[in-house]
Design a protein around this ligand. Structure first.
Ligand code: GLA
Length: 412
């Protein structure tokens, strides 16, 4: 090995703390079946919406033809209810033959041919949450190998029908088994969600070493209440959660439900903004065949995606909770920039929130501000008071570029 490479290799070994598969250096993005399509297996009565290869092919076509893939939405992920109730003669999992007649490998190739990736779902208990065959300890190796043989790119490993002792063995074991296949497979662990999401039961250092992302909390449903309960839990526990996140290892507050039935446009912007602040994986669970342009524009907002995908991968925090019901969130970004979100819990009318950058702990002069959802920009001095008008349950989101002084210094 040339010496420069040797040095590089040793630096990489020293600095890599996350799962050593090199994947998901920024939060993964794509589409996941569960929230919108659940365990609908009735392909006779409901052929367009049932869990079948057709559904994943349809979504792959939309991702590759409607501008999603170029923005980073590349995973097409199968969730529960894909498999047959029986393993095959060699003891391997197999897809339901009626709903996936082409098999999983063919589906994976369909994705790869379009620059997309395929994700699959398993469960480390006796059964999946939906009652399909699980992957208990003695099946972990064979199932990891089967997924690799099928050329799958990601595994969500659920925890129904397993106890905490089995989970403590099974989640690390699957991580090893996936690595041992030699195929890079992103690994999503539901483990912490089954253990209450907090230390001492949950060891986030260990999770970062074995998983690329993990579900910390309960399932999202198609409602604003559900989004709020998730937001509340994540920011109440931010001191525990933010240090756990970084390139290759992400907290997962669950899917984006933008484009479904439960959120207004303002609430949709709020979910997008707060998921970007949280450096959350962006898995949409919606119907990309019929999504309206309002929801699409929010999900395809380049600046919001750019903030989510910032290469430093530092998870943001809530920095203020005002009595008025306004909350302020902040995330440090690369190039000395940052993101700010002003969020309203009010239910009366747009609230005129007055503050200054200095009050939000910015102290170094002038900043260029880009409003993420209106595309407007302006220059603000740290000491200048300003007013943002925040709609009920809505947000104003800003990208704040490096202070003028700093930029000048960098240029010289
Ligand atoms: C659990 C998971 C969900 C989904 C279902 C499938 O509830 O948390 O995300 O995968 O199981 O049954």
């Amino acid at each position: 090995m040339p010496s420069a490479l040797l040095v590089l290799a040793s630096v990489l070994t020293v600095t890599t703390v996350a799962l050593d598969n090199g994947l998901m250096r920024t939060p993964p993005m794509g589409w996941l079946a569960w929230e919108r399509f659940r365990c609908d297996i009735d392909c006779e009565q409901d052929p367009k919406n049932c869990i079948s290869e057709k559904l994943f092919i349809d979504m792959a076509d939309r991702l590759s033809e409607d501008g999603w893939r170029e923005l980073g939405y590349v995973y097409v992920n199968i969730d529960d209810c894909w498999s047959s109730m029986e393993r095959d003669k060699q003891g391997r999992l197999q897809p339901d033959p009626k709903r996936f007649p082409g098999g999983i490998q063919k589906l994976a190739r369909y994705m790869h041919d379009r620059g997309l990736k395929l994700g699959i779902y398993g469960d480390m208990g006796t059964h999946t949450c939906g009652g399909y065959p699980g992957t208990p300890l003695d099946k972990i190796k064979i199932d990891a190998q089967t997924f690799a043989d099928w050329e799958v790119d990601m595994l969500k490993f659920d925890g129904c029908y397993s106890n905490s002792i089995e989970q403590a063995q099974g989640y690390p074991l699957m991580s090893k088994a996936l690595n041992a296949t030699g195929r890079p497979i992103g690994y999503s662990c539901s483990w912490p969600a089954y253990q209450g999401g907090l230390p001492p039961k949950v060891n986030y250092t260990q999770l970062g070493e074995i998983c690329n992302l993990w579900r910390n909390y309960g399932d999202i449903q198609d409602s604003w209440d559900s989004v709020m309960s998730i937001v509340d839990w994540f920011f109440e526990n931010q001191d525990v959660l933010t240090p756990a996140a970084g390139p290759g290892r992400w907290n997962d507050p669950d899917m984006l439900i933008i484009g479904n039935f439960g959120l207004s446009m303002d609430q949709s912007r709020s979910q997008m903004a707060l998921w970007a602040i949280m450096a959350a994986p962006l898995f949409m669970s919606n119907d990309l065949r019929t999504i309206n342009s309002g929801a699409r524009n929010i999900l395809q907002n380049k600046m919001a995606i750019g903030i989510n995908q910032d290469p430093m991968g530092i998870q943001g925090r809530r920095i203020l909770k005002e009595k008025s019901g306004i909350e302020v969130f902040w995330r440090p970004l690369s190039k000395n920039a940052s993101a700010l979100v002003f969020f309203s819990r009010r239910n009366d009318m747009p609230y005129r929130y007055q503050t200054s950058l200095r009050k939000l702990s910015y102290t170094t002069g002038s900043y260029k501000i880009f409003d993420v959802f209106t595309d407007k920009s302006m220059v603000l001095k740290d000491s200048t008071d300003f007013v943002v008008s925040v709609n009920p349950t809505g947000v104003v989101m800003w990208y704040v570029s490096a202070p003028k002084n700093d930029t000048d210094m960098e240029l010289t």
